[in-house]
Write a protein that binds this ligand. Structure first.
Ligand code: 3HC
Length: 311
């Protein structure tokens, strides 16, 4: 019985058909999707913190409105992905508990501080730029709810990337101090953005299986290379220098060769010892505890509405 359920599942994957919540799926397929989708959702929610830090200090109303819209989008992406994850049989409370107790990961990139306004430009340009590269292939991931969530998310990410690059362009074409601010932000965000795409394929424990199940459609190294090839010309265009002395266009391969990534730093940040890990976690736990009355009020209101309908 299980044998042919497995066969039906494998044939669906082979035919690029979507696996839907009610379809039979191997337990490991379910588990790795709960792992990846939940950590993706946690990343969106924690990712609101570094940017939120600048909403009250944006240099103009136009910049404030764009940043407000972006942070609000990230919240929506998080809730979208939590809902996709719940279709795999885990509750929202369990998901939050995994984040707040450190059982679940979120993207390393959000553990770095946003020191100047230029960081908001660098995040939109580099972090959302890398996120788009990573998320476009996820639009054709095999699990239906995840793939469909990604289509909407990717549309909004493109706006995030544009507003970030426009901030960097404005600063790079501004006063010498402004250009220096943009270069300083690029210096601090370049390598962590490369790390965001995950360990090398050789080090990646999940890539092989995730490629077989068409959860991943491109490997970490392929996406990282694509990000570098696309982003270096954008830095050149606005006269900023990528902080990698080994970066060099390779005519033969048609890609940029680049320097060694500091994987020691990466794993330190993933393990919780990055510049802002503690601050990010306490901000989330605080919001959860202090926000309990909001959740209770919303549930009470929803129940009242339900009862009204039944009268
Ligand atoms: N930060 C934290 N942990 C990371 C990581 C990172 N940047 N990259 C990898 N890891 C973890 C993995 O989660 C895994 O640990 P686990 O088994 O406990 O989950 C371990 O390191 C080994 O890495 P693998 O490459 O084997 O893991 P994956 O196959 O899951 O690949 C990934 C990692 C590429 C991040 C993949 O999970 C993925 O594509 N996730 C969906 C996209 C996502 O989560 N992006 C994060 C940022 S969201 C964002 O940028 C929002 C935007 O609006 C700014």
């Amino acid at each position: 019985e299980i044998k042919n359920l497995e066969e039906i599942f494998e044939q669906k994957i082979a035919r690029d058909e979507k696996i839907e919540p009610k379809d039979w799926m191997p337990e490991k397929y379910r588990k790795t999707h709960i792992r990846q989708i939940s950590q993706h959702a946690h990343s969106e929610i924690v990712g609101m913190l570094p940017e939120g830090n600048w909403i009250t200090r944006a240099p103009s109303l136009r910049r404030k409105v764009a940043l407000l819209a972006k942070v609000q989008d990230e919240a929506g992406h998080g809730l979208y992905l939590y809902s996709a994850c719940e279709t795999l049989g885990i509750s929202r409370d369990e998901l939050y508990d995994q984040l707040h107790t450190g059982k679940a990961k979120y993207s390393s990139i959000f553990n770095y501080p946003t020191i100047t306004w230029a960081d908001i430009g660098a995040i939109g340009w580099l972090v959302d730029g890398a996120a788009i590269i990573n998320q476009v292939p996820l639009c054709s991931t095999s699990y239906g709810p995840y793939a469909r969530a990604m289509i909407r998310v990717c549309k909004e990410e493109s706006f995030h990337q544009r507003q970030g690059f426009e901030i960097m362009m404005t600063l790079a074409n501004g006063t010498p101090e402004q250009k220096e601010m943009a270069q300083d932000a690029l210096n601090r965000w370049w390598w962590p953005s490369l790390m965001m795409l995950g360990p090398t394929d050789a080090e990646s424990v999940h890539t092989a299986q995730s490629m077989k199940w068409k959860l991943k459609r491109k490997t970490n190294d392929e996406l990282r290379q694509q990000f570098i090839d696309q982003t270096v010309p954008q830095a050149d265009l606005i006269g900023l220098t990528v902080p990698d002395p080994d970066l060099k266009w390779n005519e033969e391969t048609g890609h940029y060769d680049f320097g060694e990534i500091d994987w020691e730093e990466f794993w330190q940040v993933v393990k919780g010892h990055g510049p802002c890990n503690k601050e990010r976690m306490s901000a989330r736990v605080n919001a959860w505890e202090k926000g309990e009355w909001v959740r209770d009020a919303a549930m009470a209101y929803a129940k009242k509405q339900e009862d009204k309908k039944l009268r």
